[in-house]
Design a binder for this molecule. Sequence first.
Ligand code: C2E
Ligand code: CA
Ligand code: CA
Ligand code: CA
Length: 278
Amino acid sequence: KRNGRNNFFIYCDELHHETQQKNLLEKEIKFALQNDQFLVYYQPQICPSNNKVKGMEALVRWDHPSRGILGPSEFLSIAEELNLIGSIGEWVLKTACIQLKSWQVKYGLADNDMSISVNLSSLQLQDMNLIESVSRIVSESGLSSHCLELEITESSIIHSPETIATRLHQLDEMKIKLALDDFGTGYSSIEHLHLFPIHSLKIDKSFIFAYKQKRAQDRVLQAMIKFAKYLGLSVIAEGVETDEQLDFCLSQGCDLVQGYYYSKPICALEFETKYFET
Ligand code: C2E
Ligand code: CA
Ligand code: CA
Ligand code: CA
C-alpha cells in the first residue's frame, strides 16, 4: 500500500513534469515560428540513368537556440498535437516554393528541369482551408504549380477518403503533382491508386534497406515497382545508400532515386553550391 502511494506521487510528479515540458515546447515552437528558427533542408532526387538532379524534397529542421539543429522527429509530433503543424507546414511550403523559384530565375532553369516536393501532414490534408492556402502560397511565390509536388502518406488518406479525394482532385486541377509517400508500409491499398490522382509512388526506404537481406521482401519490392510502372506512375526509391541498391533501382527502372548515396538533406546554400554552381 505504501508503495502504491509512492507510485502515485511519482506518477503525478512525472505527469506534472511532462505537462510543463509540453507547455515550454509550445511556447518555444510559437516563438520559433515568429523568429525564423525553422529551416528547410533539401535532398536531391536524381535520375539514376543520367545522374541529373530532377527535383528535391523539402525537409524541415529547427535551429533551436540551445539544442542545435533538430530533426522533425524531435518536434513534429508535438507540433501536431499542439495544432501548430499547419503553421509550420505553410511556412515550409512557402519557403520551398520561393526557393525553387529563385533558383529558376538565378540559374535560368526551365519549368520542366526541376520540381520541389513538400510533405503534407495528415492534419493539413483534413484542413478545410488547405486548397485556399496552397493556392495562395504557390501563386504568391511565382512558381508554376506543376513544379510543385505534395507528398502524402496512405495513412492520412484513409481517415476520410471521400473528402480527401475531393481535395486531391482540386490540387490535381491546379496542376500540382501528388506523390504517395512511404509506399508499402501500413495501409497499402490498390484502391487508393485509382481513386486518387496520384502522380508518383515513393517506395519506403525500409524496402531499400532490406534489399538482399530479406529475399521475400525483395520480391515484394520488385512487384511494387512493376505495379507502379504498369499504372503509369513515376517511381521514386528512397533511402538509397549503396552502389548495390542504386544498381538495383536502375535495373528495375526506378525513375528517381533519393538517398545518402547522392546526398543527405542539406541547407539551401549547400544545395546551391553543390548542384548549381558547377
Ligand atoms: P519522409 O517524408 O519519409 O522523408 C525522408 C526521410 O528519410 C528524411 O528524414 C531523410 O533525411 C531520410 N533519408 C533520405 N535518404 C536516406 C538514406 O539514404 N538513409 C537514411 N537513413 N535516411 C534517409 P527527416 O528529414 O528526418 O524527416 C523525417 C520525416 O519527417 C519525413 O519522412 C516526413 O515524414 C517528416 N517531415 C519532414 N519535413 C516535414 C515537413 O515539412 N512537413 C511534414 N508534415 N512532415 C515532414
Ligand atoms: Ca516525404
Ligand atoms: Ca518517405
Ligand atoms: Ca514518413
